[in-house]
Design a protein around this ligand. Structure first.
Ligand code: URA
Length: 282
């Protein structure tokens, strides 16, 4: 990190940033690991699953929400990102500036492959970059990849909790309707609207979301870790759409993954290693 440039970025005055001063978007004691739901209401859902009496919730500028607390005795925090890459950039960069180094998006998603059911958890280890935001950071050929350590923690969390999950590449779009091959207002459709959907399906892409690629790309560029889990609320192949408790399950997966990463990182440090290996996960 270039400390001088980072200090200058942080010192941008309110007039330049439109009131996005760091203190408006951070809370005391964020720690190093943060869950990132899109929906600000999911912050309370998450906090309710943490250790009784440890939770603190915060309402921040522009509708962002945050919480800190403990989960099974491990420090935990969460900050909402809003919808889409542009909304996520602000909490991501601000939290990074106060020392957060591990980000786990906990979202909802639309599955586009058969065999994935409503309420299942999808863990994206990579994303197609149709998010719009990431291409303003780096050319399109740069990959959007999650941290293997965070991905492993999410997989192990699903195993520990006994939840059904799928791991693979998602597609992050900058639009919920046209971007995900849905008719928009008044039935408006681009002529090649359906082609994108079919191409993604043929390529084995598991799901659509609106934040994953921006998070993975920025985190990788900043030298930070990111991962993502999401509950399936839409199954595009069968046309089903419903929330069946998957949102709560995804929040539990995120919390359990932070507990595991905290444990594994201690082992990594004790062993003097830079990278997590399978031995350290035991
Ligand atoms: N989020 C999305 O981006 N798409 C869906 O279909 C459901 C949730």
């Amino acid at each position: 990190m270039n400390e001088k440039l980072e200090a200058a970025r942080r010192n941008l005055n309110d007039a330049e940033t439109g009131g996005i001063a760091a203190e408006d978007y951070t809370v005391p004691d964020m720690g190093e690991y943060v869950l990132m739901p899109g929906n600000p209401r999911r912050i309370s859902l998450m906090a309710a699953q943490w250790d009784e009496g440890t939770q603190k919730e915060y309402d921040l500028n522009r509708g962002y929400r945050a919480a800190t607390g403990e989960y099974k005795g491990t420090h935990i925090a969460a900050m909402s990102t809003g919808m889409g890459g542009p909304n996520l950039e602000l909490p991501l960069t601000t939290m990074a500036s106060v020392g957060v180094n591990t980000f786990i998006r906990v979202g909802t998603t639309g599955a586009i492959q058969p065999g994935i059911n409503i309420g299942d958890i999808i863990i994206n280890d990579s994303s197609v970059r149709l998010d719009g935001t990431s291409r303003q950071y780096i050319r399109d050929e740069y990959p959007s990849a999650a941290s293997y350590e965070v991905t492993m923690a999410l997989v192990q969390a699903c195993e520990n909790l006994g939840f059904t999950y799928h791991v693979g590449t998602g597609c992050t779009t900058a639009s919920f309707y046209a971007g995900q091959s849905r008719p928009s207002f008044g039935g408006y459709k681009r002529s090649d609207c359906e082609d994108d959907y079919r191409d993604m399906q043929a390529a084995g892409i598991l799901n659509y979301d609106m934040e994953g690629a921006a998070l993975f790309t920025m985190a990788r560029l900043f030298g930070l870790r990111a991962g993502m889990c999401a509950s399936v609320i839409v199954q595009r192949v069968t046309g089903e759409a419903r929330e069946d408790g998957g949102e709560k399950r995804a929040c539990m997966v995120g919390a359990e993954a932070i507990r595991l990463l905290t444990e594994w990182d201690k082992k990594k440090k004790a062993a003097g290693k830079k990278y997590l290996s399978a031995d350290m996960m035991k």
